[in-house]
Design a protein around this ligand. Structure first.
Ligand code: UFG
Length: 341
């Protein structure tokens, strides 16, 4: 019988791409989402891509412990991938309690149920836990730094909660932490992608919305950083590559190949790209001209961070395969699809 994976937040940007890859790898998937930060577009897109009209969908809030218990009672969950969380850095600074309440409560409920039912846990962590690193690229052993936002802090705290619970569980709980760098792009079908509400905070949605005419001008935050062209360096990872990393991690868990009860892997490309390089690559590969200007630095931005992704390759056999150009083409195709072009 196929193994079943529960994807919390499965109708969102990362969750929907992961659902597609899991189904294509032969897993049964249960999508659970409360649609607080997305509509049904990506869920419908996943059904189209995979041909799974019967894809189970549970509309529920992971902050409700009874609903989570009932969900784990209804399905036999071999592994749970937890995405359901708020993710706006700026909003988290203004409303920290909203972020701590939502992002911690939901994860605690998932962990309690997973422990009870012996389900593996995969947590969506972030490179934000490294803060402004002393040296780059960062490995999984690079010390974490204090988070620069409540959102970032919830990632650090959830990492610790998983580690502590695994340690105390006497083998009942096992989990993997994936630390994402900057996920961008969209599925090559252009049926699922990023759907920011309001003005996008992240670079690539802002670029595509500017190119399509929804935004007037892209501001590049800072051109006086100590980097080759003065703009920040990041590790932009294709969303499909990133989604596939989850399949490798779930395979490792359910096939009994974990070497420790709690493992951590960077999910990045190992390739630093500056904001200006990304903007230039977008213009070139898509043949569009972007209206942009240089603006002051954005508070809380780190100068440069990129991954050493070699552990994920040596341990799980996963590595990123898509070029920045391919990814930016997919991001543009998705924006045009949204605009009906
Ligand atoms: N940027 C611009 N203009 C924009 C948006 C972004 O110049 O309109 C720049 C930023 O200054 C940064 C780079 O583009 O140098 C990337 O910015 P993103 O907002 O796309 O991504 P971040 O690296 O800031 O964000 C990532 C994750 C978040 C996480 C954060 C921690 O996407 O989930 O790191 O700081 F919280």
């Amino acid at each position: 019988m196929n193994k079943t994976v529960l994807v919390s937040g499965g109708a969102g940007f990362i969750g929907s791409h992961v659902t597609v890859e899991l189904i294509e790898a032969g897993y049964e998937v249960v999508v659970a989402d409360n649609f607080s930060n997305c509509d049904r577009t990506c869920y419908e897109g996943v059904k189209k891509i995979t041909g799974r009209e019967d894809l189970p969908l549970e509309v529920m809030d992971f902050c409700d412990p009874e609903a989570v218990k009932a969900l784990f009672g209804k399905y036999h969950i071999d592994a749970v991938i937890h995405f359901a969380a708020f993710k706006a850095v700026g909003e988290s600074v203004e409303q920290p309690l909203k972020y701590y309440r939502n992002n911690l409560d939901s994860f605690l409920n998932v962990l309690e149920a997973a422990k009870e039912h012996g389900s593996f846990v995969l947590f969506s962590s972030s490179a934000t836990v490294y803060g402004e690193p002393d040296s780059v690229p960062v490995t999984e052993a690079t010390p974490r730094k204090p988070a620069t936002s409540p959102y970032g802090n919830t990632k650090t705290i959830c990492e610790d909660i998983l580690r502590d619970s695994v340690k105390a569980s006497g083998g009942r709980l096992k989990g993997i932490l994936l630390r994402y760098f900057n996920p961008i792009g969209a599925h090559p079908s252009a049926l699922i992608g990023e759907l920011p509400r309001g003005v996008p905070n992240n670079l690539v949605p802002f670029i595509t919305q500017t190119a399509i005419g929804k935004r007037e001008c892209l501001s590049i935050f800072g051109n006086d950083y100590p980097t080759p062209d003065g703009t920040c360096l990041r590790d932009y990872i294709d969303i499909v590559d990133l989604a596939k990393a989850h399949v490798y991690a779930v395979n490792r868990m359910v096939d009994g190949r974990m070497k420790q009860a709690c493992e951590v892997f960077n999910v990045g490309t190992g390739r630093p790209v500056s904001v200006l390089e990304l903007v230039n690559a977008f213009e070139k590969v898509n043949g569009v001209k972007l209206n942009y200007k240089f603006a002051p630095r954005r508070a809380g931005d780190v100068t440069a961070i990129w991954a050493d992704p070699s552990l994920a390759e040596s341990e799980m056999g996963w590595k990123a395969t898509r070029s920045v150009e391919q990814t930016l083409q997919a991001a543009w195709a998705w924006e045009k699809h949204l605009a009906g072009k």
